[in-house]
Design a protein around this ligand. Sequence first.
Ligand SMILES: Nc1ncnc2c1ncn2[C@@H]1O[C@H](COP(=O)(O)OP(=O)(O)OP(=O)(O)O)[C@@H](O)[C@H]1O
Ligand SMILES: [Mg+2]
Length: 277
Amino acid sequence: MLHKPESATSSAPTATKDSVVIDDVTLIYKGSASEVVALRGTSLTVRRGDFAAVVGPSGCGKSSLMRLVTGLAPPDHGTITVFGDKVRGPVKIAGMAFQNPNLLPWRKVVDNVMLPLEIVEPHRHRFRADKAKYRAQADALLKTVGLDGFGERYPWELSGGMQQRVSLCRALIHEPALLMLDEPFAALDVFTREELWCVLRDLWQKLGFTVILVTHDLREAAFLADRIHVMSARPGRIVMTKTVDLPRPRDLDICFEPQFVDIVHELRAKIAEVRNA
Ligand SMILES: Nc1ncnc2c1ncn2[C@@H]1O[C@H](COP(=O)(O)OP(=O)(O)OP(=O)(O)O)[C@@H](O)[C@H]1O
Ligand SMILES: [Mg+2]
């Protein structure tokens, strides 16, 4: 049997300026021969400034949910509201990073980081005139993620972990209020991944944006998130919301605490249950 979400924030969505609200959405992919119902009756609320993680079985609709929130796909039913504004197209106040860093190989690192500024207003029309200021911002961000002095390199000169750091900087350069991350560290080895958890933790604590992180790594979710939302098998909807009460700031040592291990076990059991439901 599927549980009701634990927290009222997931079950009673109301659009406010202080939350991201996904309200009863359905998303159907219509192919030439068949239809895939990716999401049905999916509701989720993330409060401004919160770090939310979304976990669930492969193919349950997590990436689809991210596409809806960022406005890259419209829902067939239901609404998405980001800080009070209904999503009707690509969401300018969102930064995005995915499993593959997707850096442009012909652009230097710093020019990859500055790319959103050349696209998103109000930066776009100021970009030429204020390039020196933007360049200083990009350099500062690269320094924050441990890439001081790498701005003039090309992406192919960097390791996978370094490229993912650049991708995080690119997602954050226009100071988005919402950061959407879809398995950003999945391709990295465990040590690099844990290092980048700390980079993301520090950026989030410093800059105060709202995060929605999709991950298969339950330790990653428990280490980083305030709340972890578990999705059912496709069509995916939120079947459990786990509040992570671990104190902040969190260090990697916390991953060995019994309370942390219990959270990971509880999530694992829930996902096993919904996979077989
Ligand atoms: N463009 C598309 N056209 C048709 N079907 C799609 C499309 N994108 C996704 N799907 C289908 O929708 C369902 C949900 O896909 P989605 O990528 O959202 O899952 P996911 O939870 O992100 O999976 P994973 O954990 O493997 O990344 C899957 O059955 C998938 O095959
Ligand atoms: Mg996915």
